[in-house]
Design a protein around this ligand. Structure first.
Ligand code: PAF
Length: 282
């Protein structure tokens, strides 16, 4: 496995890798969720590359950029064990040199949900992902369904800007009790960790109700809200039943939907989601 820091070294290393190349963009502090993206890429591509970059432009000043967990040595060991061919670990200066002033913005899809609560977040995500796509020139890029809005936004960006690649969305990987894997789970004390499963419980309750015939979006939102209200450590930021492609909030009876939420457990903000209805392709 080749590990490179500069863009020039990365481009030179990438040039010798056979196509199709699968790219797994990450912010490091890897867990099984990231490794499942790597495994999908490994199974489908002739070569696999990953990036590790805690992207400052997708964090608001009030968010956890400086405390975001990092362990590069461990990350590299994990990627090597999964048979990754190339890892790029750019510095902030390499990614955003002095004078940087060009941004990629997806408009409507970034307004609701995460976009409404994290202004500027998606501008940072789409800008860095566009730079990664340009740098690596992958044929496939792998993202997790856990960040459902990011998946929709990145797919739209890739299509609108004619990136010649396929955006592949892989299922959310969960702990044994259902908590979605996230680098931020490492912040929890044992009591908070136990409380954090309430997101999965709320989503499961609404999803099971849907499967049993409940079609009213309001009722599904209510079931999730009630479940969250039963956990005193949980503070709800938003709860949503939205169209899976347009992300518009739904009302009345639905055939399919994206159930999603953002919830604080202590100071840690978690997001999670489930799709209900028509089987959807990634
Ligand atoms: O999902 C993430 O880890 C990040 O948003 C990404 C896609 C690596 C861009 O920084």
């Amino acid at each position: 496995m080749k590990v490179v820091g500069s863009l020039d070294a990365m481009r030179a290393a990438r040039a010798s890798l056979p196509d199709p190349l699968g790219l797994v963009p990450t912010m490091g502090f890897l867990h099984e969720g990231h490794l499942s993206l790597v495994r999908h890429a490994r199974a489908e591509c002739a070569s696999v590359a990953a990036s590790i970059f805690v992207n400052p432009t997708q964090f608001a000043p009030t968010e956890d950029l400086s405390s975001y967990p990092r362990d590069l040595d461990r990350d590299l060991e994990m990627l090597e064990a999964e048979g990754v061919d190339l890892v790029w670990t750019p510095s902030e200066d390499e990614m955003y040199p002095a004078g940087f002033q060009t941004w990629v913005t997806v408009e409507t899809l970034t307004r609701p949900l995460e976009g409404a609560h994290r202004p500027g977040h998606f501008r940072g995500v789409t800008t860095v992902v566009a730079k990664l796509f340009n740098a690596f020139q992958p044929q496939r890029a792998y993202f997790g369904q856990k960040d459902a809005q990011q998946a929709v936004v990145v797919r739209c960006m890739a299509m609108d800007l004619d990136f010649p690649l396929q955006v592949i969305i892989c299922p959310t990987v969960r702990e044994a009790d259902g908590l979605a894997m996230s680098s931020r789970n490492s912040y929890f004390d044992p009591q908070q960790r136990q409380a954090a499963v309430v997101l999965f419980q709320a989503l499961s309750r609404a999803s099971e109700a849907f499967d049993s015939g409940e079609r009213e979006a309001d009722k599904l939102r209510q079931l999730m809200t009630e479940t969250l209200a039963g956990e005193e450590l949980a503070r709800l930021e938003y709860i949503s039943v939205a169209h899976p492609d347009t992300l518009e909030e739904l009302s009345g009876p639905i055939d399919s939907g994206l159930l999603s939420m953002a919830v604080f457990i202590g100071k840690v903000r978690l997001i999670d989601n489930m799709l209900v209805g028509e089987q959807r392709e990634s």
